[in-house]
Design a protein around this ligand. Sequence first.
Ligand SMILES: Nc1ncnc2c1ncn2[C@@H]1O[C@H](COP(=O)(O)OP(=O)(O)OP(=O)(O)O)[C@@H](O)[C@H]1O
Length: 473
Amino acid sequence: MKKILIIEDDVSFCLMIKTFLTKKGFEVYKAFSFKEAAAILNEEKIDLVLTDVRLPDSDGIEILKFIKDINPAIQVILMTGYTDIKTAVNVMKMGAFDYVAKPINSDEIVHTINKALAEGGKTSTVVNYKKETEKKESSSEINEASKEEFITGKSEKSKELNNFISVVAPTNISVLIIGDSGTGKENIAYSIHKLSKRANMPYIAVDCGAIPKDLAASEFFGHVKGSFTGATTDKIGHFEAANGGTIFLDEVGNLTYDVQVQLLRALQERKVKPVGSSKEIDVDIRIIAATNEDLQKAVREGEFREDLYHRLNEFSIQAPRLNERGKDILEFARFFIAQSNEELERNVQGLSDEVTEVFLSYEWPGNLREMRNIIKRAVLLTQTDLIEKNVLPAEIFQQNVLKNNDTVNGSQNAFSNDVFQLEDLKLYSSKNEEQLIRIALEKAKYNKTKAAQILGIDRKTLYNKLKNYDIEL
Ligand SMILES: Nc1ncnc2c1ncn2[C@@H]1O[C@H](COP(=O)(O)OP(=O)(O)OP(=O)(O)O)[C@@H](O)[C@H]1O
């Protein structure tokens, strides 16, 4: 039975998820603080941690570091309120599996947990994308989109990206893909491989952040049986497995200095020696690496070897942020709706006009991954053909409130286009509602009439809520 640890300071919410997940067949532990969680993690062999991003004695980043130090194979899923999306994205960069937005949807959380457990402990993937012929036939236009492997886009940024990909793909040049989390770096790497002369050879994607320090040499170069405790059989390393093809080193900035040295040697000499073996193996490999850190800064600060940096960065590609890709946003949305329809056996047909507007103006701090998650959740929750605002998470509206208010400065009419309505409020827990009211008040410079307009509620309702939450002005 898989063991899950829930870390959440909201006691009733924590117990509620515990009961629910126990019913779903997991062995569930709970902790209301980081301290309690640390004790459990040190004692039990936990497979997956479901944690709030904010705890009274810690935050998501510290929790993730602690967990990954104990065992990088433990999967971490974050639960985040609307104000914490940026933190969640940062924690994802450091190796969390995924995040789910509060209020938590039960189907969504089970789905994400099962996916994380299925991938748990893997440091590499051999990509095996579906062949066109294997895909389902469908007459609906939206479901046609699921036949696409991925979206190339038509915006200027997308054209520039696709141009770089097609120019560099046929060569053997090493490529460094730089970009924020969730911008599709892994997809870019795979596209380069697919368009290269190595397309029919292996493509091995290695998550450098998931490799335990002590096992890195064996993971990359393999080992022979008996070479260290735990080496019970011979093992082929990622380099040998990728021979003739492409190796994708994701989150390359996470490699330790020692591993960087070994990697550089392998790249320069084009040979690898498995741990415990005296035999060298010739390898012919195309390297693609990705990072969402400032590697040049890491080089300046002596954390990343300059020679390796130049070896990896023969050509660099900047992955554009989603909000730089203009109307492509809608194309991506169609793609993710189709994907979610297939995965969740739904038949959602698209976005309502209002949601289209919201999508085009939202910042998308978590880029494509955030959009995929938001759409998956919306497809799951929606009862109508089109995705409406009431199935979107709060962070989208909160960001729009902040954005709209930065430009209004007191004009009442300026709030009229605000997408933030009362029905959005209803969706959220009282904790979040209180925060939203406080934000609205601050933005309206504590003018209650304006705050009520921002919130899309009448003054009387606002007064009642202020009383309920003991907000004094
Ligand atoms: N061109 C694309 N078309 C459709 N979906 C895409 C495309 N690029 C990326 N995606 C999807 O967006 C999500 C995030 O992409 P990906 O994992 O490649 O991002 P990343 O930049 O590598 O993120 P990280 O830095 O966090 O590892 C994935 O679900 C991926 O399948």
